[in-house]
Design a protein around this ligand. Structure first.
Ligand code: SAM
Length: 237
């Protein structure tokens, strides 16, 4: 199956189901960095934002930590930090453990949802490539729970599919699909994939994203990363 067909296929199952699929999990670590513009730079940019006011021994909450790719970057670059990684998919947590190898010493992986994260105050938190699976009401609830677990003023970094304000989400999503498909890209197929993804994902505009962060009590929400529909914000508890 070509990458583009597979991406559309992945988008036709529900939010948690795809991450229980051994086929998706086995290719996740290789394919995701190719599909998301500036994937590793997103991690580096996030880390800079998380580091700005972090103590030497920062505790970081990583929600949607399956696969372990951002945890690997963070833990490699910050040897004194410790992490809690939360994800409902046992398979994706298994992959995270493999990805992390010896770095797992400083990472506590929790199978579950934000409610299952320890309630102690963290120095920062991230939620990457996950919020588009949650509808607006679910996101608001999760954002509030994230804020409750952060020290006052601590940064939250999120990045997921979203759409430039006033733009056509489907058209922008199709561009992301073409990017993801690489040399195999077929623009007509990309439009069909984007349509399927629109039905499964919750795509908000930049304005709605900022509004949601504010509604959850976060301050100074700001866009720091944008690659077609992959877009990232930092905001402060
Ligand atoms: C596309 S992966 C992103 C994984 C990782 N953050 C990354 O950037 O590579 C989405 C992850 O979100 C997890 N997930 C789905 N629903 C979730 C929820 N309600 N809370 C936390 N994680 C969730 C999935 O199990 C999956 O591991």
């Amino acid at each position: 199956m070509d990458r583009q067909t597979k991406m559309a296929d992945d988008a036709t199952v529900s939010a948690q189901e795809p991450f229980e699929d051994p086929r998706l999990v086995s290719t996740y670590a290789d394919l995701t960095p190719q599909r998301v513009p500036g994937f590793f730079d997103l991690h580096r940019m996030a880390l800079i934002l998380l580091s700005e006011q972090a103590p030497q021994d920062a505790r970081v909450l990583v929600l949607g930590a399956g696969g372990g790719l951002e945890l690997k970057t963070f833990a490699s670059e910050r040897p004194n930090w410790t992490f809690v990684g939360v994800d409902p998919s046992r398979q994706m947590l298994g992959l995270a453990a493999i990805t992390l190898g010896p770095l797992l010493d400083r990472v506590h992986l929790v199978e579950g949802y934000i409610e299952d994260a320890p309630s102690g105050r963290f120095d920062s938190a991230t939620c990457l490539l996950t919020f588009h699976f949650l509808n607006r009401a679910e996101r608001l609830q999760v954002l509030r729970q994230l804020r409750d677990r952060l020290k006052p003023g601590a940064p939250l970094v999120v990045a997921h599919h979203a759409c430039p304000a006033g733009a056509d989400s489907e058209e922008w999503l199709a561009r992301s699909v073409v990017f993801a498909a690489g040399s195999e890209a077929d623009p007509a197929k990309a439009v069909a994939s984007a349509k399927a993804m629109m039905e499964r994902l919750s795509i908000l505009s930049d304005e709605e994203e900022v509004e949601l962060l504010r509604q959850a009590g976060f301050a100074k929400p700001a866009l720091f990363y944008a690659g077609y529909t992959f877009r990232g914000w930092v905001a402060y508890a």
